[in-house]
Write a protein that binds this ligand. Structure first.
Ligand code: MEV
Length: 324
């Protein structure tokens, strides 16, 4: 029997692309779920998705993450396949014989918004492939549908940051609609991000905290309220480029997040290492219990480079990024 020559197969056609950035939360993760304000920033690294024609039906693959799945809203399909199928049906229901292919420069499951970046980039790619455009509002709605698969009841801060980019003050009163404000520091803010291993999962971290809050209501209410107040302080400090003041709030926030039970030994070690190597502030970012830390530097290139090298020497993946 003759083996078909690869050239006999119809070439895969690329129908559209979409991109979206990752994010860090500077102040207010977890407390944002309970209606308090948070500050988040889009990263220069993100995810790019291409929609290719294929013969099989809707599929997804991300070679660097080692992930491949069919897209279907069915109980035996991986959560990622369910989430991205919700995106496809909402944006491009007519495109069925397609593969969504992701290339990323973001670690998966590190609290850096990889799932929000993936859903937003996929929605943009399907829209481009279908020849439509999505308003920021529609994009946020579509991605909320998908994020519910990963997070249960997300606050929406990740999607808002990934959709709008830049630096945001975000607050969603319980049961209400989110209030977003773009923040503009008078000079770029230099951050260092470091991580050792993926986190346990946002849904698990949020649900674990909720259960502990039931047992220690008074203490948790006070800690969550204080985390929100630190984020509120952070708005003015960021707008005045008061990096020392902002860094101090980040250090305090890490202590409170530790008390809430969402830090871990490796996150605490990275935070300590960062502070010993000149970070003005260092804290876990995102859901915690593994995942990434974010550090604020004074912006000096040499200081920032030395901090990144010290973190890498400790075995962490680390990179610096400027946010404006
Ligand atoms: C996750 O990036 C941020 C959390 O506050 C969850 C949420 O806001 O949905 C932990």
């Amino acid at each position: 029997m003759l083996t078909p020559h690869p050239g006999d197969r119809p070439a895969r056609e690329v129908l559209g692309h979409g991109e979206a950035p990752g994010k860090v939360i500077l102040l207010g993760e977890h407390s944002v779920v309970y209606g308090h304000p948070a500050i988040a920033a889009a990263l220069s690294r993100g995810v790019r998705v291409s929609i290719e024609s294929n013969d099989e039906g809707p599929t997804f693959r991300a070679p660097r993450w080692g992930v491949a799945t069919v897209l279907a809203d069915a109980p035996d399909v991986a959560p990622l396949g369910v989430a991205l199928e919700r995106v496809r049906r909402a944006v491009a229901p007519g495109l069925t014989r397609v593969a969504a292919v992701a290339e990323d420069r973001l670690p998966l499951g590190a609290g850096l918004g990889s799932s929000a970046a993936l859903t937003v980039a996929t929605a943009r790619a399907f829209a481009a492939a279908a020849g439509t455009t999505l308003t920021a509002e529609r994009l946020t709605q579509v991605c909320h549908l998908a994020e519910q698969v990963f997070h249960g009841n997300p606050s929406g801060v990740d999607q808002a940051t990934v959709v709008h980019g830049g630096i945001l003050r975000f607050q969603r009163p319980p049961g209400g609609t989110p209030d977003l404000r773009a923040l503009k520091p008078p000079q770029p803010m230099t951050l260092v991000v470091a991580l050792m291993r993926p986190h346990v999962g946002t849904k698990e971290a949020v649900e674990g905290l909720r259960a502990r809050r039931e047992r220690h209501k008074r203490t948790f209410e006070a800690l969550l309220h204080e985390l929100g107040a630190l984020a509120q302080d952070g708005v003015a400090l960021l707008e005045q480029a008061d990096w020392a003041g902002l860094g101090e709030r980040m250090d305090l926030a890490h202590g409170l997040l530790h008390a809430l039970g969402v830090s871990s030994d490796d996150l605490d070690q990275l935070v300590r290492l960062g502070r010993n190597h000149g970070a003005l502030g260092a804290k876990l970012t995102g859901a915690g219990i593994g995942g990434a830390v974010v550090m604020l530097t004074d912006g000096d290139l040499d200081h920032t480079r030395r901090l990144v090298l010290a973190l890498r020497a400790h075995g962490a993946q680390a990179f610096s990024t400027e946010v404006v």
